[in-house]
Write a protein that binds this ligand. Structure first.
Ligand code: ATP
Ligand code: MG
Length: 247
């Protein structure tokens, strides 16, 4: 499904992101070009400071580039108002972070429901979808637990369920296993594997070679540039530990 005929979901053309700190200019992204097609599974690697998070923030519409063109599903994000961009982010992007970013006072179910709060869905449907998302990540038995009552891997599963609730065209993950031990990391990678197998497009940042080896394509960054971009010849495939429903 990810051959040359698959639909392009992300297209970056000559993207720059410059930060100014005092008189210094930092080229966090320096002429980045990237095309990602539907159902690709991409790992982004590179040293600390190479621009990986900056890239993910641009891809996730959390940040705008200083120059260059970013087409999301064929739509030029540079031409979108802040409101449209926020809407595109909400509808098309699921974001998973290293530190989970869950709301501590809310249950797993309420956390997963959060992105639907601005939708016009009646609460029963919101609840039903949140439950289905938690089921998809294998947490149907933890819906009432708050984040402090969950393990690291479970917290990340809740965050993944939240990222999936609006059925995004792209799942972005910035160091999703950065706070997890190696066994739990493998479980999360098995979950990504399973999501990908069911059609999800996945882009994840990782420092960890072992984690990157789950992806089908590996992009290396250096000094804000993409300096290599190739198919992963040494792929690891895990059996899924939580099977999402088909479709
Ligand atoms: N808000 C900011 N203001 C100024 N400079 C920034 C800002 N955010 C990032 N940078 C700089 O941009 C460069 C790229 O940062 P980025 O966070 O994208 O790196 P990274 O590859 O994600 O690193 P890490 O692996 O440590 O997470 C770094 O030199 C960083 O210092
Ligand atoms: Mg980073």
């Amino acid at each position: 499904m990810d051959g040359p005929e698959a639909r392009i979901v992300i297209q970056l053309e000559d993207i720059h992101r410059e930060y100014r700190v005092g008189v210094e200019r930092i080229h966090a992204l320096d002429s980045a070009n990237l095309i990602v097609r539907e159902n690709e599974y991409v790992a982004v690697m590179g040293q600390s400071g190479s621009g990986k998070s900056t890239l993910m923030n641009v891809l996730g519409c959390l940040d705008r580039p200083t120059s260059g063109r970013y087409l999301l599903g064929g739509d030029d994000t540079g031409r979108m108002s802040e409101g449209r961009l926020a809407q595109a982010r909400n509808e098309r992007i699921g974001f998973v972070f290293q530190s989970f970013e869950l709301l501590g006072r809310l249950s797993a179910l309420k956390n997963v429901e959060m992105p639907l709060v601005y939708s016009r869905l009646p609460w029963r449907q919101r609840r039903r979808r949140a439950l289905a998302a938690l089921e998809r990540v294998g947490l149907a038995d933890r819906v009432a637990h708050r984040p402090t009552q969950l393990s690291g891997g479970q917290k990340q599963r809740v965050a993944i369920a939240r990222a999936l609730i609006c059925d995004p065209s792209i799942l972005l993950a910035d160091e999703p296993t950065g706070n997890l031990d190696s066994r739990t990391s493998r479980e999360i990678m098995a979950l990504f594997e399973s999501l990908h197998r069911h059609g999800q497009t996945v882009i994840m940042v990782t420092h960890d070679e072992e984690v990157a080896r789950h992806a089908l394509r590996i992009v290396h960054m250096r000094d804000g540039r993409i300096f290599s971009d190739e198919a992963n010849a040494r792929r690891i495939v895990h059996e899924s530990s939580a099977a999402p429903e088909a479709g």
